[in-house]
Design a protein around this ligand. Structure first.
Ligand code: SIN
Length: 300
């Protein structure tokens, strides 16, 4: 099976002269070389954005990035999005500090289910950017799946059936399974303090189950395992049959790529066309990352 013509992986064919790309898997993902994120030029940025739309997840190795650099680079894509879970860092309210200490053991880490970021919001984040300052020597990988490619592999009849449906995205199960309330009444996932409006997240939003990317016009499945709880107008059993099928379909291994982090890797993904999953397999090692998000549109 070949998803894209070989030319689709060629920098010249893609019009890249300021960056070079090394695909990670057939379905999605690419390393971008020749870029210093703290000093990116306008022309490089345009090629980086185009590579993101092409590969859905892109990453850069060996980047020295301060929170201020990450904020500056994030703003090239658009205004900061609202983080539904945390208040950000002192002095950098739009940078979320995600850390799990070596001694911390939690039943689930932040992001440990297939999900798209905060889809319960009326305008979920478009793009997420994650800088891994200190990561385990092994373990703690992140896995992505290409939901645009998954959509393209559905039959025309299934596409027609899904076209009018709206999915209920709610944080109810994530809160129930992941967030722990401490004796002092603080809500936490390991070290990460959660300062969210729980009721708002549980009520969630109804979004098109098939959405169209605002820049590329391509359709993708907007569904995941963590937040997709129902379908408007269907009863629970009817919705479960469709969601169950789609959840299996969008996570077929062939649509995925998996990143082995290194210290100072910087990763960007497009929440409109991928879902992702954080592994919880690194107890005994510290993992420290910095996350920013770009405001999204109302899914259409
Ligand atoms: C996330 O889900 O945003 C975090 C991913 C990770 O920690 O690997």
């Amino acid at each position: 099976m070949q998803f894209y013509a070989p030319a689709a992986y060629d920098d010249t064919a893609l019009g890249f002269s300021e960056i070079s790309t090394v695909p990670l898997a057939s379905a999605m993902g690419a390393e971008i070389r020749g870029v210093d994120i703290a000093r990116v030029s306008e022309r490089q940025f345009e090629e980086i954005r185009s590579a993101l739309y092409r590969y859905k997840m892109i990453y850069f190795r060996n980047q020295e990035i301060s929170p201020a650099d990450q904020e500056r680079f994030t703003l090239c894509f658009g205004p900061f999005g609202t983080d539904a879970y945390t208040q950000g860092m002192p002095g950098h309210p739009n940078v979320q500090h995600l850390v799990k200490e070596a001694a911390t053991v939690v039943p689930r880490v932040f992001g440990e289910t297939w999900h798209t970021d905060s889809p319960f919001l009326p305008r979920p984040p478009a793009i997420s950017l994650l800088y891994g300052l200190e990561v385990p020597p092994y373990g703690g990988d992140t896995w992505w799946s290409n939901t645009e490619l998954a959509y393209s592999f559905l039959s025309e009849t299934m596409k027609e059936l899904l076209a009018p449906l709206r999915v209920h995205m709610s944080g109810r199960e994530v809160i129930r399974n992941t967030v722990v309330t401490s004796e002092k009444g603080r809500k936490k996932v390991g070290e990460i303090e959660i300062t969210m409006d729980q009721q708002h997240i549980i009520e969630g939003s109804f979004h098109p189950l098939v959405r169209t990317h605002p820049a590329t016009g391509k359709k993708s499945l907007y569904v995941d395992h963590a937040y997709s709880l129902g379908i408007q107008g269907l009863d629970n059993e009817e919705a479960a049959a469709i969601l169950g099928f789609l959840q299996r379909h969008i996570t077929r291994e062939i649509f995925t790529c998996r990143l082995r982090w290194e210290n100072r890797s910087f990763v960007i993904w497009d929440n409109r066309s991928v879902i992702h999953y954080a592994f919880n397999d690194y107890d005994g090692y510290r993992r420290e990352l910095y996350r920013t998000i770009v405001e999204g549109e109302k899914p259409e």
